[in-house]
Design a protein around this ligand. Structure first.
Ligand code: TXA
Ligand code: MG
Length: 332
């Protein structure tokens, strides 16, 4: 466990200026985005980027997303940028969309996990944008959690995850979206969804005027996709075993665990009077606000250190794609 002498500081302009200075010195700064908190480092400084991997305990072949504040910076990081990328940027940036493009020649392989492509996003959170503008460059930033753990959606989560491995934590309150950005791969002619998020496939297709391929991809594409840690089977996971359960079986499943002497928590969105006897959290039955509360809820239930977390399975509609993806990963 990391030592935790660090305290998050309010995201006021003096602290944003200090954060930008630390980035320039090759240090690590955690900052809020609209999706989740990011662990930022100067993307043009391989030593700074190496610190991210060390702090997270993340394998070096897992690529990072470069965050930028101006569209003009896109060509600093990517080359052979297709028209589709500009269309999506115009509609969705700043916002919770990351694009995978051919990397610009001088972009460090430390950032791209050794690949010839690079992930880029322009976040929408005012603190993230202010920090990027003050720093005046690209900031590599994965979610500010240890490898394979739940992403942080509040500054206190970052303290719990990384503690003193971070040089500064900017507290910008709770994240509005709550799950990581949608990732679309535009590095080959057929656009592919690498990670579902708040920006839906339908919204992407409407702008692109073409279909976006969904996983699972062909074998060769899978080989590439494995590099995206978001694609690992067990990711974003609590340490307490968690399982998904259809709404109709929720009560019986909980009763069965209790009969086996197991202490359960329940994460649900339907209201059933009989659930009140269990420790649990009810999220809303609307996909977007459920997503906003999801990681905080999983983290709280995990911190109870019970034997199992039973999660009510959401509907399998496109609206719930991002949530179902994260729940599948939280439950292995
Ligand atoms: O919402 C977000 O995107 C957050 C905030 C902080 O911006 N960041 C984030 O970063 O979720 P991270 O590192 O936790 O997840 C980034 C995902 C990973 O699955 C990574 O493999 C994928 O993006 N990725 C980045 N570059 C890639 C590339 N060149 N090819 C394929 N996948 C890539
Ligand atoms: Mg992550």
């Amino acid at each position: 466990m990391p030592t935790k002498n660090i305290q998050a500081v309010p995201a006021e302009s003096v602290n944003i200026a200090l954060a930008a200075q630390l980035l320039q010195q090759g240090r690590l700064v955690a900052f809020p985005t609209e999706t989740v908190y990011g662990l930022g480092a100067d993307a043009s400084n391989p030593e700074a980027v190496a610190r991210i991997f060390k702090a997270k305990g993340r394998p070096a072949d897992h690529p990072l997303i470069v965050h930028i504040a101006e569209l003009a910076q896109l060509s600093v990081w990517a080359r052979d940028i297709p028209a589709a990328a500009y269309k999506l940027a115009e509609r969705f940036w700043p916002g919770p969309l990351a694009m995978v493009l051919q990397k610009q020649v001088d972009v460090s392989l430390a950032v791209t996990g050794g690949q010839e492509t690079v992930g880029i996003r322009m976040p929408q959170h005012p603190v993230a944008l202010a920090l990027l503008r003050a720093f005046n460059g690209g900031v590599a930033a994965p979610s500010a959690n240890r490898f394979c753990r739940i992403s942080p959606t509040a500054a206190s989560h970052v303290v719990d995850e990384l503690g003193d491995a971070v040089d500064l934590i900017l507290d910008g309150g709770a994240c509005q979206v709550g799950v990581e950005s949608t990732i679309i791969d535009l590095s080959s002619p057929e656009p592919r969804l690498l990670r579902p998020g708040h920006i839906s496939v339908a919204a992407l297709e409407a702008v692109l005027g073409t279909t976006v391929q969904l996983p699972p991809f062909t074998e060769q594409a899978e080989q590439q996709a494995i590099r995206a840690p978001g694609m690992l089977a067990l990711h974003y996971a609590p340490t307490t075993p968690a399982l998904l359960c259809p709404p109709a079986d929720l009560s019986t499943t909980l009763m069965n665990f209790k009969a086996q002497g197991k202490r359960c928590a329940v994460l649900h969105y339907s209201h059933y009077a009989e659930l009140s006897q269990w420790q649990g959290i009810q999220l809303t039955a609307a996909a977007d606000s459920y997503a906003q509360g999801l990681y905080g809820a999983l983290r709280s239930l995990d911190n109870l250190h019970l034997d199992v977390i039973v999660i009510e399975q959401p509907p399998s509609t496109m609206e719930w794609l991002a949530v179902n993806d994260r729940l599948a990963k939280a439950t292995g």
